[in-house]
Design a binder for this molecule. Structure first.
Ligand code: ATP
Ligand code: MG
Ligand code: MG
Ligand code: MG
Length: 470
C-alpha cells in the first residue's frame, strides 16, 4: 500500500518527536511581527526571531509542517512536475543545539530506513566549499563519491537578504531517464524533473548584515525543508505533485467540472494543474485572513484567484466554480488544518464575492484584450499600451500580471511604465477626492474598504455583503 500525503506528514513529525523535537502546528501564512515578508515561504520563516537569538524558542529542537506560499514559482506551476504556489514544508530545526552531523544522519535514516527509499536512487549535493558536509555524507553515511555533487553559491548557499544564512546540502531522488532533459550533463541541480530535489538541509552558521558581511554565529543552527508534496510524489511514484493522492482529489474535481480529460493534451493539463494549485493557495490564504485587494498580499490572492478563473474559461467552464473546488481542498486538508473546517463558510463568502465580481467582466475583458492585440498586429506592433492595460485593470478587473501573461502567450509585451503612471495618477485622484468618491465597479474596492478590526475578527460580514451589492 502506498503512503498517503497525510500519513507521510505524520511519519515525519513522529520521527523527529522521537529525536526529542518539539512538534508544533503550522504558523499562519501571514507573518507575525515581520515587515520584511509578504507571506510565509519556508518552514524557518516564522522562526526567524529564534534563529537570530531575539527570542527564546520553546525548545532547542523543533519540527513543523509549515504552510507556504511562493508566488515567485507561479510561472513554473503546471509546467514542471514539482512547483506549486502553495505547498507544505516539513522541517526540523536546531537552535544552537545539534548541527551538521545529526541533521545529515537523521535525514538519511528517515529517508532510507523509515521511507525505505532505495539508496541507489538517491543523490546528494553540498556547497562547493563545505568539506565538512561532504565528509559526513561520504565517510560517515557512506554515500559514494559519484553520488555527491558540489554546487556553487547560487544553488547551495541559502540566504534571504539579511539575517541567518549558510551552506546547504540537498537530497535528490533520481526518477529515471524518462523524466530527463536528455542533456549529457544532466545531474542534480539541473532544471529538469529527472533529479527531484526534495530535502534541503541548511546549516545556518552565519548572520549576514546590511553591508553583506557574514558573521559566524556562536551557536550554529539547523534549518531543513522537505516539500511534503514532493516526497509524496516520490513515494507514490506519480508523474507530478498534482497527482499525489490528496491533491489528485482536487484535480479530479477540476476535470469533472470542466469535462477536461487529464493526460491527453499538454495545454489542457497545464490549465488543470494551475487551477488545482491556485485553489489550494486561495483557500489557505483566505482561511488565514487574507482578503482580496489591489496591493500586497491581497493582490497576491486576487491575482491567483483571477488567474484560476481565467484558466477555468480556457477549459470551457461557464460560471463560478471555485467554491466547489474549495470544498475539496477543505475535505482533504482539514484533518491537518482544522482552521479550514472552522472557517469554511467564511472562506466561501469571500470567494463568492470575489469570483462573482470577476465573473461579470472576465469575458468582456478577454474580448477587449483580444481586440487590442488584433489591431496591434495589423499595425505591425507588439506592445500593448499602458493605458489599455490600465483600462483592463480598472474597468474589467484584470490584474496587470494576468494581462501580461495573456499578452505574452500571443507574443505581446505590455508598456508597464505607462501602466504604473496611470496607477499612480489614480491613487492621486483618490487621495484628493477621498470621502467624496463613491463609484461602482472596480474603482471602489469592497474588501479594501473594510475596517481592519472587522477583517481580523471575521465579523461584520453582513456589512460586506451589503456593500458588495452596490
Ligand atoms: P527548486 O530548486 O526545485 O525550485 P528550491 O531549491 O527553490 O527548489 P528550497 O528553497 O530549498 O527549494 O525549499 C526546500 C524544499 O521545499 C525543497 O527541497 C522542495 O522539496 C520544497 N519546495 C520548494 N519550492 C517548492 C514549490 N514551489 N512547490 C513545492 N515544493 C517546493
Ligand atoms: Mg525554487
Ligand atoms: Mg533548488
Ligand atoms: Mg533547495
Amino acid at each position: 500500500k502506498k503512503l498517503g500525503l497525510n500519513e507521510l506528514r505524520k511519519m515525519f513529525l513522529d520521527f523527529f518527536e522521537s529525536k526529542d523535537h518539539y512538534v508544533r502546528s503550522s504558523y499562519p501564512l501571514v507573518p507575525e511581527n515581520d515587515e520584511s515578508l509578504l507571506l510565509i515561504n519556508a518552514g524557518m520563516a516564522p522562526m526567524k526571531a529564534y534563529f537570530m537569538g531575539k527570542e527564546t524558542p520553546p525548545n532547542k529542537r523543533m519540527a513543523t509542517c509549515q504552510k507556504c506560499i511562493r508566488t515567485g514559482d507561479i510561472d513554473n506551476v503546471g509546467i514542471t512536475a514539482r512547483h506549486a504556489t502553495f505547498f507544505e514544508m516539513l522541517g526540523n530545526f536546531s537552535f544552537g543545539d545539534y548541527f551538521k552531523r545529526e541533521s545529515i544522519q537523521w535525514g538519511w535514516e528517515f529517508v532510507t530506513e523509515h521511507l525505505q527509499i532505495p539508496q541507489d536512487k538517491l543523490w546528494v549535493t553540498v556547497y562547493e566549499e563545505d568539506d565538512e558536509a561532504y565528509d559526513i555524507w561520504n565517510k560517515e553515511v557512506g554515500v559514494p563519491a559519484d553520488k555527491i555533487v558540489r554546487l556553487g553559491k547560487a544553488d547551495n548557499f541559502w540566504e534571504i537578504g539579511v539575517g541567518p544564512c549558510g551552506p546547504c546540502s540537498e537530497i535528490y531522488f533520481d526518477r529515471g531517464e524518462k523524466y530527463g532533459c536528455g542533456s549529457e550533463d544532466c545531474k542534480p541541480g539541473c532544471d529538469c524533473d529527472r533529479y527531484l530535489e526534495f530535502w534541503n538541509h541548511v546549516f545556518t552558521q552565519f548572520d549576514k548584515d546590511e553591508n553583506g558581511v557574514y558573521h559566524p554565529l556562536p551557536n550554529p543552527n539547523i534549518d531543513t525543508g522537505m516539500g511534503l508534496e514532493r516526497i509524496a510524489c516520490i513515494m507514490q511514484g506519480v508523474g507530478t505533485i498534482f497527482e499525489v493522492d490528496t491533491i489528485d482529489h482536487i484535480l479530479k474535481g477540476v476535470c469533472e467540472i470542466s469535462g477536461a480529460q487529464y493526460g491527453k493534451e499538454r495545454k489542457t493539463d497545464i490549465s488543470v494543474r494551475i487551477i488545482t494549485d491556485h485553489i489550494r493557495a486561495v483557500t489557505f490564504m483566505i482561511g488565514d485572513g487574507v482578503l482580496p485587494s489591489n496591493e500586497g498580499r491581497g493582490y497576491v490572492l486576487r491575482r491567483l484567484l483571477r488567474r484560476a478563473a481565467r484558466h477555468g474559461r480556457l477549459l470551457g467552464i461557464k460560471g463560478a466554480f471555485l467554491c466547489d473546488l474549495m470544498d475539496k481542498v477543505v475535505e482533504i486538508s482539514s484533518d491537518a488544518y482544522p482552521e479550514l473546517r472552522e472557517k469554511r463558510e467564511y472562506i466561501r463568502k469571500v470567494l463568492n464575492v470575489e469570483e462573482d465580481r470577476f465573473e461579470e467582466t472576465i469575458d468582456q475583458g478577454m474580448e477587449i484584450l483580444k481586440g487590442y492585440m488584433e489591431s496591434l498586429k495589423e499595425a505591425g506592433k507588439n506592445i500593448i499600451p499602458g493605458e489599455d492595460a490600465f483600462r483592463l485593470y480598472d474597468t474589467y478587473g484584470f490584474p496587470i500580471d494576468l494581462t501580461k501573461e495573456i499578452a505574452s502567450e500571443e507574443g505581446f509585451a505590455v508598456d508597464e511604465a505607462v501602466f504604473e503612471k496611470e496607477m499612480e495618477d489614480q491613487r492621486e485622484r483618490a487621495r484628493s477626492a477621498r470621502g467624496e468618491m463613491e463609484g461602482a465597479g472596480w474603482k471602489e474596492d469592497v474588501f479594501a474598504s473594510l475596517d481592519p478590526a472587522i477583517k481580523s475578527e471575521f465579523l461584520g460580514y453582513e456589512t460586506l455583503e451589503v456593500e458588495a451589492k452596490v
